[in-house]
Design a protein around this ligand. Structure first.
Ligand code: 13P
Length: 336
């Protein structure tokens, strides 16, 4: 696939007023999300829940793409239509999570590295055959007393760059996601410093691995005080610090930046994105690729009565998509 084709997909993912829904929870993660609301973690429940999300009427007005998990990309609706065909018909681009999660980084207590490069070329070819047009790989950086180490940052970014190059070879747009976790008591300034160091190193690694920035998307965490910090960040602080950090580190050639929600409440995730977009035009569109902040309200409702609340839960997820779509334009009107 040419760089122009990759760029076309990347730009479509961040087209005005649209963002991505992340429904790529691994087996372990979806089990946690279901347990929290009392849903049994069966294959049929996982399938039914993803059907609820992907077939929600009107979702495609605000959603450009959905990131699926290995199990999900192979599944179909109850009526037998493949999820990827449902998505194609409504104009939602299929994406796929391809990392295999994190493992402790040997020699660096408390730090992790993301695995999944072995056999990735073959897996990407298979996913492309199943209809995926973009992929996601998540690296995890934890802020602690003595972390992150430069070794942890470099090891994770090296893997992200190798993944991104393999994606482009396979004709898939890589979403590169170095998540700086919100866990901890650090303040917003420490989060800024760490995020800046991570992003500088990431773009150096992408350059060294000949990754074409025109055909890639950054999935970033926001610059925000840790969840246990005594001084919580205001919406304006988060917006200002996040935009400043991105402007200092992210090349203008990149087609777009999308954010993860990382444990923020629904309202916070939307308010922060909206405030950033109200700051005026940036070198790249700033949009969303939320998992929890798109889904948690709908999941809670569905859990009350899977058949009875199916349509109501679909309306809730579309409402979250609408509000985040407004925030991607800096035009959020809460509840509208
Ligand atoms: P959250 O928005 O729930 O953080 O999930 C986004 C995601 O895909 C993390 O990899």
């Amino acid at each position: 696939m040419s760089v122009d084709q990759l760029e076309g997909v990347a730009r479509a993912l961040v087209s005005p007023g649209k963002g991505i829904i992340a429904i790529d929870e691994s087996g372990a993660t979806i089990s946690k999300r279901f347990a929290a609301v009392g849903i049994a973690n069966s294959e049929e429940n996982r399938r039914a829940y993803r059907e609820l999300l992907l077939t929600a009427p009107g979702l495609a007005e605000h959603i450009s793409g959905a990131i699926l998990y290995d199990e999900t990309i192979r599944q179909s609706t109850r009526a037998g239509t493949r999820f990827t065909d449902v998505m194609r018909a409504s104009g939602i681009i299929p994406g796929i999570k391809v990392d295999k999660g994190t493992k402790p980084l040997a020699g660096f207590p408390g730090e992790v590295a993301t695995e999944g490069l072995d056999g990735l070329r073959e897996r990407l070819a298979e996913y492309a055959g199943l209809g995926a047009q973009f992929a996601k790989w998540r690296a995890v950086i934890r802020i602690g007393e003595d972390t992150p180490s430069s070794t942890c940052i470099e090891a994770n970014n090296h893997a992200l760059a190798r993944y991104a190059a393999l994606c482009q070879e396979a004709g898939l747009v890589p979403i590169v996601e170095p998540e700086v976790l919100m866990d901890g008591a650090h303040d917003i300034d420490v989060c800024y410093e760490v995020t800046e160091a991570v992003l500088r190193s990431l773009f150096a690694s992408l350059y060294e691995h000949n990754v074409m920035l025109e055909g890639a998307i950054l999935k970033a965490s926001m610059v925000i005080a840790g969840t246990d910090c005594d001084e919580p960040s205001s919406v304006d602080d988060v917006a200002e610090a996040t935009v400043r950090c991105l402007r200092a580190t992210v090349p203008a050639l990149l087609p777009g930046v999308v954010f993860l929600s990382g444990g923020q409440s629904d309202a916070q995730a939307t308010a922060h994105l909206d405030a950033m977009n109200r700051m005026g035009p940036q070198p790249w569109p700033l949009s969303f690729s939320y998992g929890r902040a798109m889904q948690q309200a709908a999941l809670k409702l569905w859990a009350q009565d899977m058949h009875g609340q199916f349509a109501a839960a679909q309306k809730v997820v579309v409402q979250r998509a609408r509000e985040n779509g407004q925030a991607a334009l800096g035009q959020w009107r809460a509840g509208r």
